[in-house]
Design a protein around this ligand. Structure first.
Ligand code: ADP
Ligand code: 5GP
Length: 204
């Protein structure tokens, strides 16, 4: 059985992380997305249990007090956290797990690293393009967009702490880069590009 690896992805809001992830997960087998809990309201098109587990602040606080979260952070005024039991259950399947974390959550997980991980930072080509994308997405209020833009510069200063940097300028090129990183990390772990163990070749 293969041992799953964590792929931790961070980006300023609107950089295109969700778009990139969906593209790469659609054509690369063996990847599962870690569904976080959040107190943020769902955006149009988001589904409970798929994009996030959408919960109230009091539910989040109860779970936090019970020690459910492996890591949690307050980001842009909302709470976000990774459920420890959910993540362990996903890892037990042998799949590689993709975590969408902010820079605080990444630091926590990196420091408690009992599980092998690779960290990737996705940046837009410029802050003006980031603003264009946030507005073009049409999902956030003006107040939310301004707060996310204000936080973007600070988040981008953490990019150097990550192992990989992906500039999401031309989408196709960024998709190719993300796919290549996952395949390279699997090869480093002596696994096939699909994520399977080399032992699978012996059965053929
Ligand atoms: P994030 O998950 O990082 O907040 P999204 O994936 O929701 O960002 O992308 C924000 C917006 O930018 C979306 O409308 C998406 O279609 C668009 N977008 C993503 N990547 C690119 C790109 N390379 N060029 C132009 N627009 C992009
Ligand atoms: P959004 O509201 O745009 O989906 O996400 C806002 C921010 O929260 C992003 O930086 C995203 O990476 C981060 N985030 C999402 N889930 C988690 C989580 O479980 N833990 C932490 N620390 N950050 C998260």
């Amino acid at each position: 059985m293969t041992t799953g690896k964590l792929f931790i992805l961070s980006a300023p809001s609107g950089a295109g992380k969700t778009t990139l992830l969906k593209r790469v997960m659609a054509d690369l087998p063996g990847l599962a997305f870690s569904v976080s809990h959040t107190t943020r309201l769902p955006r149009s098109g988001e589904h409970d249990g798929v994009d996030y587990h959408f919960i109230s602040r009091s539910q989040f606080e109860t779970m936090r007090e019970q020690g459910v979260f492996l890591e949690w952070a307050e980001v842009h005024g909302n709470l976000y956290g990774t459920s420890r039991p959910d993540l362990l259950a996903q890892l037990a399947t042998g799949l590689d797990i993709i975590l969408d974390l902010d820079v605080q959550g990444t630091a926590i997980l990196r420091n408690s690293a009992a599980i092998p991980s690779a960290s990737l930072f996705i940046t837009p080509p410029s802050l003006s393009e980031l603003e264009r994308r946030l507005r073009g997405r049409g999902t956030d209020s003006e107040e939310t967009i301004l707060l996310r833009l204000k936080n973007a510069g600070k988040e981008m200063q953490a990019a150097a702490d990550y192992e990989y940097l992906i500039v999401n300028d031309r989408l196709e090129q960024a998709v190719d880069t993300l796919r290549a990183i996952v395949i390279a990390e699997r090869s480093r772990g002596h696994r096939l590009p699909t994520g399977q163990s080399i032992e699978i070749l012996l059965g053929a």
